[in-house]
Design a protein around this ligand. Structure first.
Ligand code: ADP
Ligand code: MG
Length: 335
C-alpha cells in the first residue's frame, strides 16, 4: 500500500506520453483498454520481454532500453507484414525513480511516435529490472507473412546487414577483440567510430515495418532475425517442411563490421550472432523484381542469400562450395 502514490506518479508520467489514435476508445486509466479493430483486417499480437543482463548489458542507458523494448516487438509485427497500432507495457522496477522512467520514455515514446503506436495500458510493479511489451497491429485478412509458407524453388532474402549487434555484444562482454589477427589495420579514430556504429545496432535496432508491409502478399514466408540467421531460417524450413541452402559469403555485412573483424569471426556473427532484427523471407524467383521494387520503395536493402530446396534443415556453403559450419547456430536461453 505504501508504494501506491509513487506507482501512480509513474503511471501518470507514462500516460502523458502514451500517444493518441482515433481507434483507442479508452486508453490508460480504466481497468482495461477499449480498442476498435478496423473491419476486414486481422488483429496481430506479439509480446517480448527484456531482462537486465540477458537482453541488454547491465548499465545500458534507460532511453536505449525503452527503444529496444518496443523495437523488438515491432520487429515481430514487421515479420508478419502487419501495420502496428497499439502497445501495452509491463514495467518491473527496482525502485520508483522518475529519472529512469523519463529516460526510458524518451526511447520508447520516440519510437512509438515514429510508427503512430499508442500505449494503451500496462502494469507497474517493484522487482528486478524487466520490461515486457505487447504490441497489436493489423493485417489484411489472409495476407500475413507466416513461417510455414516457404516453397521449394523460392529465393531466400535478408534485409539490411547482419552481425553488427552480435559483434558489439562480443566487444562489450570482452569475448572478442576486433581485428585480433588484423591484416588491414584500422586507424584508431575510425575503429572507435566503427565500434560506436556496431553498438548502435545493438542498442537501437530498427524494426523493418515498411518492408514487412510491402512484402505482405508478395513474400511466401518471413521471420525476423532475433536468435541468429541460421536458427531463425531453420524455423521457416521446419514450419514449411522444406530445406534451405544459403551462401555464407552472400550474407550482407556493414562497412563497420568488415573494417573491424576478419572473415572468420565476421561470418560467425552474421550467420549465428542474433539481435539483428532484420527480416529473412522467401519469395518465388518470378517475384525478384517486385521484391527489389519493395526494397527500393521502402529504402531498405534486400539481399538474395540462397534457395529453398527439398529436404530439411539449413545448409551453408562457402565460396568454394564446401559446407560451412558455424561454431553454434544461435542464441538459446537455458543453454
Ligand atoms: P489495476 O489495479 O486495475 O491493474 P493499475 O493501477 O495497475 O490498475 O493501472 C491503472 C491504469 O494504468 C490501467 O489502465 C493500466 O493499464 C495503466 N498502467 C499501469 N502501468 C502502466 C504502464 N507501465 N504503462 C502503461 N499503462 C500502465
Ligand atoms: Mg495492474
Amino acid at each position: 500500500v505504501a508504494e501506491r502514490p509513487a506507482e501512480f506518479d509513474l503511471i501518470e508520467r507514462i500516460r502523458r506520453r502514451a500517444g493518441m489514435r482515433d481507434d483507442v476508445v479508452l486508453g490508460i486509466g480504466d481497468d482495461a483498454a477499449l480498442l476498435q479493430v478496423p473491419a476486414g483486417r486481422q488483429l496481430v499480437v506479439a509480446m517480448d520481454t527484456l531482462n537486465s543482463g540477458v537482453h541488454f548489458p547491465v548499465g545500458t542507458a534507460a532511453a536505449d532500453i525503452g527503444w529496444k523494448a518496443l523495437a523488438v516487438n515491432l520487429s515481430d509485427l514487421a515479420a508478419m507484414g502487419a501495420e502496428p497500432a497499439w502497445c501495452a507495457l509491463s514495467l518491473s522496477l527496482p525502485d520508483a525513480g522518475t529519472g529512469w522512467v523519463d529516460g526510458f520514455l524518451d526511447g520508447f515514446s520516440g519510437l512509438a511516435g515514429m510508427h503512430r503506436v499508442a500505449l494503451v495500458g500496462g502494469d507497474t510493479t517493484r522487482g528486478p529490472l524487466s520490461v515486457c511489451v505487447t504490441v497489436h497491429g493489423f493485417v489484411e485478412a489472409g495476407r500475413a507473412l507466416r513461417r510455414d509458407g516457404a516453397r521449394v524453388g523460392d529465393d531466400v532474402w535478408v534485409s539490411g546487414s547482419l552481425g553488427d549487434a552480435a559483434a558489439a555484444l562480443s566487444i562489450v562482454t570482452g569475448g572478442s577483440a576486433p581485428r585480433a589477427s588484423g591484416k588491414a589495420p584500422v586507424a584508431p579514430g575510425d575503429a572507435a567510430s566503427a565500434v560506436a556504429q556496431l553498438r548502435r545496432r545493438l542498442d537501437r535496432p530498427v524494426p523493418r515495418i515498411a518492408l514487412g508491409r510491402a512484402l505482405a502478399g508478395l513474400a511466401n514466408a518471413a521471420i525476423d532475425v532475433s536468435d541468429g540467421l541460421l536458427a531463425d531460417l531453420a524455423h521457416i524450413a521446419r514450419a514449411s517442411g522444406v530445406a534451405a541452402c544459403i551462401e555464407v559469403d552472400a550474407l550482407p555485412a556493414s562497412t563497420a563490421l568488415r573494417a573491424l573483424f576478419d572473415d572468420g569471426p565476421r561470418r560467425r556473427f552474421q550467420a549465428a550472432g542474433g539481435d539483428d532484427y532484420e527480416l529473412c523471407f522467401t519469395a518465388a524467383p518470378g517475384r525478384r523484381e517486385a521484391v527489389e521494387a519493395a526494397a527500393c520503395a521502402t529504402a531498405t536493402p534486400a539481399t538474395r542469400i540462397g534457395r529453398i530446396t527439398e529436404g530439411e534443415g539449413v545448409v551453408v556453403l562457402d565460396r568454394a562450395g564446401a559446407v560451412w559450419r558455424p561454431p553454434r547456430s544461435g542464441w538459446q536461453h537455458f543453454d
